[in-house]
Design a binder for this molecule. Sequence first.
Ligand code: PLP
Length: 373
Amino acid sequence: MKKIYLDNAATTPIRKEVIAEMITIMQEDFGNPSSTHSYGRSAKSALETSRKSIAKILNCVAQEIIFTTNATEASNWILRNSVKDLGVKRIITSKVEHHATLYTVQNLQREFGIDVDYVKILPNGDVDLTNLVHLLSSDVKTLVTLMHVNNETGCILDLEKTGRLCHQHNALFHCDTVQSIGKTEFNLAETNVDFIVASAHKFHGPKGAGFAFVKKGIILQPMLFGGEQEKGLRAGTEAVHQVVGMAKALELSYHNLNEERNYILDIKNYCKEQLLLNFPEIKINGENTFYNILNILLPFSPEKTAMILFNLDMKGIAVSRGSACQSGSPKPSHVLAEMLQEEDLLKPSLRISFSHYNSREDIDVLIQELKGI
Ligand code: PLP
């Protein structure tokens, strides 16, 4: 049975060039980057070359990139530090954020008694920026945390405009760019953003590698204590092969960006077209969505909800109901709960997310199987 992977917002297959690069590092550059001999210096050089390469792609300074194990760690560190050490007394976020942000903010509220405000989400999935401006008009030291591309619906935040609004109101801006890094252009030197986060496994790199961008001039305190790694901000011996794999994956993503973006958009449009042709009552969740994510409301009865993923899985097709961490849960998605009416929330929604490894034939098989349910 040919397996079909349409869950690229959960994670992506690693590019073979990335695997080759990682193997070379593991075989040849196994030194500890903190060692002063040639083995250590070589490993350190691989690490710093990766940092420079990532910074160049995103148009920022190498020192602004701090390596972490993933985006969850990076967001936890940034949000916690902003409250503990930067004097943030209020966080503005939204109820459609990934739990890496939502649960961290809720914990900070419990632990430090900060105020938390949730910006309104419009029925089309967009963040209500008029409401954001209203919330920003307060003198309390504020941090805004909003995601760039929603991992369930693909809804896009206007990063430039949101950043401008935050800075006009003297608020710090943290943006979860996990779904967009490697998939769209960034110019961090020209964007009003203080912190962004990334996980390599979302752009065809390895799991266990990510980074935080922390704007020059913002001084955060260490997340881990120990050695001097990452300027003492994140102690512990660096996973050099993971970091090099992440940088290689990002380089390839941007080298192929236009070609792969056009290809993926064509597949998404074809999928949408075929779904609407075969299930005219289908609804699309979210309006202004990113090119690799399609979230649909199927015109099936609520009883079929649990069966759909199971049946597709039996046929070797991987899609999801929402974020990977909650796709096994019977609870409706916290993201769709902000956008849909009660009766639609009970019906099955599917997130189909694409990569350049997919083909139109994959979509034909998906449609065929959905028709059989
Ligand atoms: N933010 C978004 C938007 C995501 O999609 C994910 C992963 O699904 C994360 C944060 C967390 O990423 P990780 O589990 O790699 O830390």
